[in-house]
Design a protein around this ligand. Structure first.
Ligand code: BES
Ligand code: ZN
Length: 445
């Protein structure tokens, strides 16, 4: 069962090799690296012992598919994960370069190490160890690793639709979420969905001198911030008509969570959110609207007296059950357009058009969830809890719709691992335990 130091140092070096490939799916300059990462996954799965491993093309980046189906009387597990990563920017905040993995204070640090390269690698190693020990696997396994998760999986639904037979399985397993806390393993039973927008405002055909024209002509930034200030009321409720219509009550959060410690750890001087809910409920079970970015006007050195004719912002909503992402997208667009004054042109684009992500809810009685709870408990020696999460894994609703599969969300990393941020990390303790958890899980199914 235990992993020897010699084996672990080999695993660590292999994972570092994977982490050195800058597979940033959103950045066109990284396209060849994204493909290189797919090749790396392919060879890692071959090395693990899979005889059938293929790179399959999609309309975007390829998926890597592997299978071992030698136990016709046993269930088939489909394991899903992603080899693409978020951009490393802002670079100057990294203590060491994002694609030069290093171990610091018991943490492996690199972009993608927790989200999701390190977590999928735990499963690869677990399966490799099972192959080594017995020459076979305890269950049938299909593996699907994609390269577009971090851009919303725009090509995957179509791929799944045309490969239903290939991907059919009894159980779906995903490790792309965190556990509840250090030394507190968990299985995640809900994720939020996502719709994402850009709003552009134009007020004149050119920027103008603020002395010559100020007071008479509209300013695009002013219009934009007036629109953005009408999205929530003072109680944190989102003002988009119909937005809450289909939201269901998830029930009260029962977990022990120290909001003051959470606030301190993040360096916040206060928390915000919808009145009447705890921080965990707001993060997991309530829908949100966020301004992700805003740009316009002069932001360079010194002062420039100017009235800006164009400005834009990026907005997104996290969605919960049973909000329909398409319906919400239309509501957001309609409301933003309705706020446009007659003297400005406002355009709203749905940047998730065609691949909006719905919320996911998992039944904790599910056999897969029960097996994950057992595996986590036996490796950590601590009774796992059930938790929600606020992030999104866009393709999961497609698995549900097209293959009838609900995911076992067996998170192996920690909430403090800084995914999507500078100095992303994966604790070596979690890395090692993650391999053992996956190994135990496949045996427990
Ligand atoms: N691993 C995350 C999802 C996640 C993060 C789940 C935190 C639970 C807690 C995933 O890789 C991710 O970041 N998804 C994106 C999807 C988006 C880019 C379409 C997200 O949630 O922002
Ligand atoms: Zn991510």
């Amino acid at each position: 069962m235990a992993i020897s130091d010699a084996d672990f140092s080999v695993y660590l070096e292999e994972l570092c090799e994977f982490l050195r490939i800058p597979s940033v799916s959103t950045d066109p300059k990284c396209a060849s690296s994204v493909r290189e990462a797919a090749e790396w996954v392919k060879s890692a799965l071959k090395r693990a012992g899979f005889s059938r491993v293929e790179r399959l093309e999609t309309d975007g980046f390829p998926v890597v598919y592997a299978e071992w189906l030698e136990k016709p009387d046993r269930p088939t597990v489909l394991f899903y994960g992603h080899y693409d990563v978020q951009p490393p920017e802002p670079l100057h905040l990294w203590q060491s370069p994002a694609f030069e993995p290093v171990v610091r204070d018991g943490q492996l640090v690199a972009r993608g190490v927790s989200d999701d390269k390190g977590q999928i690698f735990c499963h690869f190693k677990a399966l490799e160890r099972l192959f080594r020990k017995t020459g076979e696997l305890p269950v049938n396994i299909k593996i699907l690793i994609e390269g577009e998760e971090e851009i919303g999986s725009p090509s995957l639904a179509k791929f799944i639709e045309s490969h239903r037979e290939l991907l059919s399985a009894d159980l779906l397993v995903v490790s792309d979420t965190p556990m509840f806390a250090r030394n507190q393993p968990s299985v995640c039973t809900s994720l939020r969905g996502l719709v994402y927008f850009q709003i552009d405002v134009r007020t004149a055909n050119s920027d103008l001198h603020s002395g010559q024209h100020g007071g008479a002509v509209p300013n695009a930034i002013q219009v934009l911030v007036e629109i953005l200030s009408q999205l929530k009321d003072e109680k944190g409720r989102i003002l988009i008509p119909g937005f809450y219509d289909d939201v269901i009550d998830y029930g009260l959060d029962q977990l022990n969570f120290d909001e003051a410690a959470y606030q301190d750890a993040l360096g916040c001087t206060g928390l915000v959110g919808e009145e009447g809910y705890t921080a965990l409920e707001r993060r997991w079970y309530r829908p949100t609207l966020d301004i992700n970015g805003i740009q316009g006007g002069y932001t360079g050195e010194g002062a420039k007296t100017v009235i800006t004719c164009e400005a834009f912002a990026k907005l997104s909503c996290r969605l919960v059950a049973n909000q329909d992402p398409l319906k919400v997208a239309k509501q957001v667009e309609a409301y933003l357009n309705s706020l446009a004054p007659a003297y400005a042109s406002v355009t709203v684009q749905n940047l998730t058009a065609g691949h909006e992500a719905g919320a996911v809810r998992v039944d904790s009685d599910d056999v897969g969830v029960q097996a994950a709870l057992k595996a986590l408990e036996s490796v950590w020696g601590v009774k796992p809890v059930l938790q929600g999460e606020g992030g999104s894994i866009p393709v999961l609703t497609t698995f549900q719709k097209l293959l009838g599969l609900s995911p076992v969300l067996m998170g192996l990393n920690l909430p403090e691992d800084k995914i999507h941020a500078p100095n992303e990390q994966f604790s070596l303790v979690n890395f090692k335990k993650g391999i053992l958890v996956a190994e135990t899980f496949y045996q427990a199914i």
